[in-house]
Write a protein that binds this ligand. Structure first.
Ligand code: PLP
Ligand code: CA
Length: 310
């Protein structure tokens, strides 16, 4: 219990925190890298953590890459070697969710990337949808006439650069046809993806909201802050939440998930959230806002290096 204080993690406290942990969960973008560039010193810090025998897992809301693609990116950027089973992307976790939620043989209608389709294939779920789609005629009356696949029992929404009105129409038709027998699943709700220099592009949350609005129902969300992503990690490895650290750059996804799953939470300031936002949450007496306050913060995860022997 007690309120989280968001203390700067100095070397001595960092050593104590790391001694008390056997697993670290790392958010990816904003923590390990920004776009295609590694955060300076991050690879060295993870190398030392791996050498110290810590289990390292990667939890990312980005549904546009497979687990295998993340292991390749980690290697390319100089991080310690990772196995696909240590990577929990929202594409893989969505496939895993549907595998247990759908009856055998049922298919998914997918608004998403080729990576999302590949993760569904890897767990044996038939799917249709990825790639561009066209409206089946010139008039709105035609749009409700395109053929529907009788095997579809779920609509899955991820990051889709070919998102379109035609796909929104098909998604709604599957959801109306199946009623509550047709699942509605979103990979994540990130509303914006920050780019360098303060620029941003719309995130997957915008696409999930469009389908939810059309269908007038709420999607099940696989990614952070939902605990489903942590449950995936905990079902793959023997995880003691009290000996696990969640490292992230976003209060409303990474830190909220970590706090609600009983993990030690560490905010790094190389990404989206700022210390001012933390202080604002701390000063409020709203319990929901208190759950966005991390235990510790660092300017960058390279600040862990002194506690790891240099
Ligand atoms: N979704 C998409 C499509 C992204 O490109 C990104 C970051 O690049 C994210 C989500 C956020 O990823 P993470 O959870 O690793 O910060
Ligand atoms: Ca992030």
């Amino acid at each position: 219990g007690g309120q989280r204080r968001c203390c700067r993690l100095e070397a001595e406290a960092a050593r104590a925190m790391l001694d008390a942990a056997d697993t670290l969960l790392f958010d990816c973008d904003g923590v390990l890298w920004r776009g295609e560039a590694a955060v300076s010193g991050a690879a060295a810090a993870l190398g030392r953590l791996a050498a110290a025998g810590k289990r390292l897992c990667y939890v990312t809301n980005n549904s546009s890459r497979t687990r295998v693609a993340y292991t390749e990116k980690l290697r390319r950027l100089g991080f310690p070697p990772a196995e696909p089973r240590n990577v929990f992307g929202s594409a893989y976790c969505a496939a895993r969710y549907l595998r247990q939620a759908l009856p055998p043989g049922a298919a998914a209608y997918v608004l998403g990337s080729p990576a999302l389709a590949a993760e569904l294939e890897a767990v044996g779920i038939p799917h249709l949808g990825p790639g561009p789609a066209a409206l089946p005629g010139p008039a709105p009356a035609d749009w409700a006439q395109a053929p529907l696949d009788p095997a579809v029992r779920a609509v899955l929404v991820g990051f889709d650069e070919h998102f379109s009105y035609a796909k929104l129409c098909q998604a709604l038709r599957y959801l109306l046809r199946g009623g509550t027998d047709c699942l509605l699943v979103g990979t994540n709700r990130d509303h914006r993806l920050p780019l360098e220099g303060g620029a941003a592009i719309p995130g997957t949350g915008c696409l999930v909201k469009a389908v939810e609005t059309a269908a007038q129902r709420e999607a099940f969300i696989v990614g952070k802050p939902n605990r489903y992503m942590f449950d995936c990690v905990a079902s793959e490895f023997n995880i003691d939440p009290a000996r696990t650290i969640m490292v992230g750059d976003r209060l409303d996804t990474d830190i909220l998930m970590g706090n609600s799953c009983g993990l030690t939470t560490l905010l790094t300031l190389t990404g989206v959230s700022t210390l001012d936002e933390v202080r604002g949450h701390q000063d409020s007496d709203c319990l929901t806002r208190q759950s966005l306050v991390p235990d510790y913060y660092v300017d960058s995860i390279s600040d862990l290096l002194p506690a790891l022997g240099e």
